[in-house]
Structure formats: C-alpha cells, structure tokens
Ligand binder design. Sequence first.
Ligand code: PEP
Length: 261
Amino acid sequence: MRIPCAYANWKMNKTLFEALDFVYKFVPGLFSEIKEGSIGVTIFPPAPFIWPMRQELGESSPIFIGAQNIHAEKEGAFTGELSGSIIRSAGATHVLIGHSERRNIFGEDNAMIAKKLGRALRDRIIPILCVGENLRERESGKAKEIVEEQLAMAWEGQEVTGGALIAYEPVWAIGTGKNAEPKDAQAMAEFVRDWVARYFTPETAGTMRILYGGSVSPENISNYAKLPDIDCALVGGASLDTKAFLEIAKAIAKAGPGGAV
Ligand code: PEP
C-alpha cells in the first residue's frame, strides 16, 4: 500500500517564528486525514528550523521533518555543510537529493548525487531523489533518456532503496507557474516505476512512492493526484502558504495512492 503524501520544500524561505506558526496552523487543519493515516506529510524547512519544528510537533507527531541537503562525507572539515548524523540528530528523517536547484545552481552532477544518496542510505535517512529534464531536453525528445541516466547513476553500486521516494520534477516547471501535462507526468512516472522494477524488483516498484513536482497548486493538484503512477506531490512555492498546502494535502489524501479513491 502506497500512502499518498504531500512534501513541502520551503527552500530558503521563512523565519523561525513563521515556521513554528505554520506548524501551529497546519496540524489541526489536517487532523482527520492524519489520524486516518490517509496522508503522509514531510516538511523540508531551512536546516536551523529542523530541531525546533520537531520539538513543536512533538515526538509522536506523524508529520516528518526533512533536510534539504546532505554532505556526501560522514564528517570532517567541510565548513557550512551538514552531515547525515547532524541532520538526523536534529530530527530529520528524510532528505532531498538531486533537487534541480542543487544541480543547476550549486553544480551537483550525477556523480555527486550518487555519493549523497549513498550517504543517506548508510546513515538511514530516507532519500527523496529528484529527477527531471530541462526544457531543451524535453523539446529534443530526450526527457526519458535524461531521467534514466539520473536514476542509473544515482543508484550505481547501491543495492537498496532505503525506503527512497523518487520525485519527477521537470526543471522547466519548477517555480515557473508552468505545469507538465498530466499525461506527460504520468508517462514519466510509469517510466520511473518500470526502471525501479528492472533495477530492483517489481515488488519494490509496486511499493515505491513517486511524487510529481513543478508549480503544484490547490488549483491543479487534482490533475496529478488522480494519475495511477503518481502518489504524492513535492511542493515548493505553494507550500509556504498554510492554507494552500492544506488544500493540496487534502486533495492528495482524497485521491488516494495512484489516484485510487
Ligand atoms: C520544488 O522546489 O521542488 C518545487 C516543485 O517548487 P515549485 O512547487 O515552486 O515549482
């Protein structure tokens, strides 16, 4: 059973007060869905807020807190970086790996992403591997080739998924207000699931959750939540607003895994 999920990537936004205020307002709004277990929520705040948000939610809260980044090495002289044990001891259970902003702005290539994935697996932090093509690659018909390369290179030499989720995020749809056509998002999610079945096993593919990300909003989430191979959404801009993210999470919970009501 794939539990639908709504994941919030806050990027470099919010103050500590705003982050705690979000928790205060968001949790009661989603109470029945969380109680029924019909939705999983993970918030990826700026790193200094991981611990205070975990404390505010309480140990037994089903809402998870994740980190937006992880360093490939276990520890050492890497000023400004965060290791797996640092983020985990602060309360993060999940980590984003391969986000297009990390790839494009910070120059992380597939080889670096593979190292980070390996680190998350070794440190027992659930990775959300982000993959997706840019506009040029889509227009030249290379989207699947690019995504396959990203998947294969990330998992090269790794034998376990570590409970990983895969987020399909076309680069041209992130933060732009442009969305992938639902049929294209479904085709890519199906392609990703097939890859997982070939690389791991069909059983693993059947239980792995796949997210769509790219300008998801309360207005368009139903187009994606109903797709058979998309279980969850990774939401950037719209997740900063409590009401908008609540609406998105509720729509995903209602649609169920892979859109099955
Ligand atoms: C993201 O940052 O992963 C994302 C999908 O952002 P947005 O929803 O703003 O496009």
